[in-house]
Write a protein that binds this ligand. Sequence first.
Ligand code: 13P
Length: 261
Amino acid sequence: MADARRPLISGNWKMNHNHFEAIQAVQKLAYVLNPADHDVVDVSVHPPFTDIRSVQTVIESDQMRLILGAQHCHFEEKGAFTGEVSPTMLAKLNVALVIVGHSERREVFGETDEEARRKVAAVLSNGMTPIFCCGETQEERVAGGTDDKVSGQVRAGLAGLSPQQVAGLVIAYEPIWAIGTGLTATPEDAQAACRVLRGVVADGWGRATADSVRIQYGGSVKPVNAPDMMMQPDIDGLLVGGASLDPNEFARIVAYHRLIG
Ligand code: 13P
């Protein structure tokens, strides 16, 4: 991994933790993380919308080195979109990272490539960084369609962005069959897909951009498999679901760097 790409370990809480539980979780996480972890790894938490203001207050008042993230947003600034939250509202809460196009948004809520593209643009124009997700289903993998699927998602989602914008992004490769299933991609398979994604960025936005963009792996990440994933040359971070709900387990994932030196 190039030195320029600082590792990013992100906890996507999905629809878990009310705001009381969220406060407890970040306090415990800040306590169990080693200060030295923050010197080498960026760590973000992505609570549900109803928790974000509470988590922001705790992070800022206790001067924690955790990065505040969101899981989703709409692409419009405001308007008649019942139930949605705008990127402007998130930016006002000092949210820095927003997950866009997670497979659960795509598969369960029907989010399209075009919507994901508009969200990426809206997140960027509000001064935040998208974590742009892509990944293939089991059927697509078996049919040999992994590379085409994830490449197409990235080309569609990042269309129209400048090299400078893409260089600052985070892309998350999350094979759908590995999410919440306990099945993890092998480090070699994850590396192969992340390498393809870096190649897509190089083709579209240039080699220097590809060398800067950070690529995460997600899908049943646990303390036991985190170090092997992070040793792969094109994997710069991890997007963690279930294991991020337990601060001890998440902190052990963040501590991967102590095992690989
Ligand atoms: P799990 O770690 O629970 O498999 O979830 C992965 C994920 O979807 C993170 O965004």
